[in-house]
Design a protein around this ligand. Structure first.
Ligand code: ATP
Ligand code: MG
Length: 261
């Protein structure tokens, strides 16, 4: 059942440069949120490489893009259907693409969309994803690396944007770019920065955090954690990660962003 006490679905997206830890942190956030059996959580893997599926121990058989391509093929083959039928079919297909495990549901987006004449279909899909989100207390979106996806349909309805960086200047520059674009491309309520894989306290003091302290909310650091790295190397499910400093630090960041757990 939808947990009404939580006052609307929190749609959380993680963005940042390639390899900074978006997928690992997304999986840890899903772990933290699903611990409470009352929370209904939807995890969306928006990276074509479907890394979140592996991190959550899920087999992907159908993606949103597979559904979309099927529909486009039908339209191109001249099979005309009225809009109500198309929406009903997409609705059904979307539910069949959901993988559900107790209070966690999972959906993979697949490859990036084609632009142009297919925008009608993209609008329908965007609406369906939005209405799907209504059935959950939290949606966690693991974004594709870089800035492109911020402009696409998947990110538009995000309420909480988490920018992830490692301690590199390159990582922080990508954060700055995403922050600039997201101001117009996303209607988010709150956003904040997580610094991941930090080895020593002093490391953060040497960092040049992008020069907009009033708008960039620093949420905290997640330490370098040997177990997270090992789980990834062995393709293990991060939901089974034992309690550690990295999980506690992630929890603190989520709370600091104002997300009730
Ligand atoms: N806090 C951490 N401690 C140790 N290793 C980490 C930590 N966070 C992430 N890693 C490791 O860093 C690598 C990249 O992490 P991850 O795949 O989560 O990044 P990503 O941003 O999703 O990458 P991509 O852009 O390729 O999708 C992985 O090997 C992961 O195990
Ligand atoms: Mg990833």
């Amino acid at each position: 059942m939808h947990n009404r006490e939580k006052d609307g679905t929190k749609i959380i997206a993680l963005c940042g440069k390639g390899g900074v830890g978006k997928t690992s942190i997304s999986a840890v956030i899903v772990k933290i949120l699903t611990r409470n059996p009352k929370n209904r959580v939807l995890a969306i893997d928006a990276d074509p490489a479907v890394g979140l599926a592996t991190a959550l121990g899920i087999d992907v058989t159908k993606t949103v893009d597979d559904i979309r391509n099927d529909l486009i093929r039908r339209v191109e083959a001249g099979k005309s259907e009225d809009k109500a039928n198309v929406v009903a079919r997409l609705d059904y297909e979307m539910f069949s693409a959901l993988v559900e495990k107790e209070n966690l549901a999972f959906l993979a987006i697949g490859r990036p969309e084609k632009e142009g004449c297919y925008c009608q279909v993209n609008h329908i899909l965007k609406d369906i994803i939005a209405s799907l989100a209504d059935n959950f207390d939290y949606v966690v979106i693991d974004g594709e690396a870089g800035v492109e996806q911020v402009n696409r349909r998947v990110m538009e309805n995000v309420s909480h944007l988490i920018l992830v960086s490692d301690a590199s200047v390159k990582g922080l520059n990508v954060v700055k770019t995403i922050q600039d674009i997201s101001k117009t491309a996303i209607q988010y309520e709150k956003s904040g920065l997580i610094l991941n894989r930090i080895r020593e306290e002093e490391e953060t003091e040497r960092l040049s955090i992008p020069s907009t302290p009033s708008t960039l909310h620093f949420l905290g650091c997640i330490p370098e954690d040997g177990q997270i790295r090992r789980y990834d190397m062995e393709g293990r499910n991060l939901l089974e990660l034992p309690d550690c400093m990295a999980i506690q630090a992630t929890r603190n960041c989520v709370v600091r962003l104002g997300i009730p757990i």
